[in-house]
Structure formats: C-alpha cells, structure tokens
Design a protein around this ligand. Sequence first.
Ligand code: FUB
Length: 343
Amino acid sequence: LALLASLPLWAQNPVIGTSYTPDPAPYVHGDKVYLFVDHDEDDAVYFKMKDWLLYSTEDMVNWTYLGTPVSTATFPWAFQGDRAWASQAVERNGKWYWYVCLTEAATRGDALAVAVADRPEGPYTDAIGGPLATGFAFIDPTVFIDDDGTPWLFWGNKGCWYGRLGDDMVSFPDGWKEVPGFHDPACFGPESMKPDWSDGGKEKMMVGYEEGPWLMKRNGTYYLSYPAGGVPEHMAYSTAKSIHGPWTYRGRIMDEAENSFTIHGGNITFRGHDYMFYHNGKLPNGGGFRRSTCVEEFTFGADGSIPFIPFTEKGVEPLQTLNPYVMTQAETMAASYGLKTDR
Ligand code: FUB
C-alpha cells in the first residue's frame, strides 16, 4: 500500500475519457459539482452534435455519468440530430433549467431554447414548446442568477446580447439588447481583422470577444469570460460593476486550446477552491470537432483579477471526500489488488 501511495496520480485532463465532452458548463449544487456538457460524436469530421450529457463529482476527480437527459428530440420544432451546441443549466426554486442553442427547423436559423426538470438528471421537457429567442449568431447561452434573485441570460457569437429572464425563467419581460460597449476594444479586447459572418464573411476589424460568454459575480464585481481572438480562440475576460456595464477588458486567462480551435468554458468556486473549465482536443483521436472537458485550479489575485492559467495534464488535486463510503483512488487501486485498507 505504501508503494501504491507513492505512485504519482495519473493525468486528470481531460476529465472524461469515455465520450467527447465539449463546452463544459459546471454548476455547484450542495456538495456536488454537476457538469453539463455538449457531445461531439466519435466520428465527427465537422461539428456533429445531437445531445447533451450530464456528469457529477464530489471530489473534482471522480466523475459519474448521469445520462444524456436532453437531445434535439427534446425540442420537436428544432432541426433534429445535429446542431446541439453549447448550453448551461441552473437550479431555481427547485426546478432545473437547461438553456441550449440549436437550429430552428422551419427557418434554419439560430435559436436558444430551454428544457425544464425537477431533478438535474431529468426527465426534461421543452419548457416553452418553441424557441426562447431567435437571431443570427444566437448561440452559447450563459445563465446567471444575481444576488437579488434576478436571472440573466447572455449569449452570442461575434456579438453578445443579454436580457433579464422573467420569474418563469423562460421569457424576457424587457426584451434583450446588445451588451453595451461591445464594439469598444477597451471593453472587449484588442481588435483584429476577422470574418464578420453577419455581413457575408467580409473581413472587418472586430474586438476580441468571439463567443461562449460565461457570467459570474464575485465581491460585487461581474465577470464575463469568453473565447477570444477569433479562431484559434484563447480565453479572456472583462469585468463590470453593473450587469449593464460598462465592461472593462481585463486580459487573457488561457492560451489557445491544445489541438482544438475553440476553448469554451467557465469557472466555479467549490468548497473554497476556484476552478476554470475549458475543452481541448487531447483525448485519443481528439481534435477540433472531438473535444474534451478539462479543468484547472486557480487563485484570484488580491485585486480580484483572474490570473493567467496554464494548461496541465495533471489537472486538479482530489478534494477530501465528504462521503465516507466513497473510496479514494488509493483504496480503489488497493482493492483491485485484493488488498484490504482500514479507514
Ligand atoms: O460546440 C459548438 C460550438 O463550438 C460552441 O457553441 C462554441 O462555443 C464552440 O465551442
């Protein structure tokens, strides 16, 4: 057992080895982290995504598969069997709301949608029976509930829009609008020439924000992090004192993902530790369309800044388990050798 204990822990990144799991959306609930992810198909050579997967952990290294509770079939009005892109879920008043983006079948346009359930594992139903919002480049919703209980949704590719969700979590009583200062490099990062898909793909000077917003709040400051710089994307962030801005660009958090031109993710605080999730293409046979969730621990600066976070293969250290009946990795290995451990 002493020999086993002295062995280095195996690499934790990517954290899931059995499916491709892009666009991670972690959510802390009680003593668990739920991981809502998209799902790149094993044989994808372009985006090929038809459902969303759910995992959970209590120690940040042992992840349990909880199923595939939502798919395009959950939304009968949507284009079926593909275009199940980035998502994020939240619990409110005992209901779980899973915000997704997909394509509206009738128009072939981008749409946001929301599924609702009584438990994180589902079963989920289409909460509206149609899209929550439609518009060009309306992808990648991030949901956030403010300290005063107000729910907000931000989203968008090469544009960022936001709106207050109603108490029902499935409507925008005040409509939605573009995030203020979106075109200002002081708010969303240095400009570079990039194709503007809202204008036929013409090359234009565009600010750093690309897509995949992730909204959170810490000590009265709102943080919006996002894949930036066009593709290949790195991760950057902006902060504001009000949800309505003005936003201030705060710099790069992560470099371009390894073996993936996208790097969608987001951060959580769990049991006093701060974690940043993202994806790369490093699982065997992985790549830009076969991406996997990774996680790194980081520490906020004394001034509230998010530091630059390097990629590691090792990932994060396991947290001491809260459940005495869950075996540690060393105990699991010992058991597989027929050794008995006392605890
Ligand atoms: O996974 C499909 C798309 O790729 C997501 O919606 C984007 O954020 C990018 O990660």
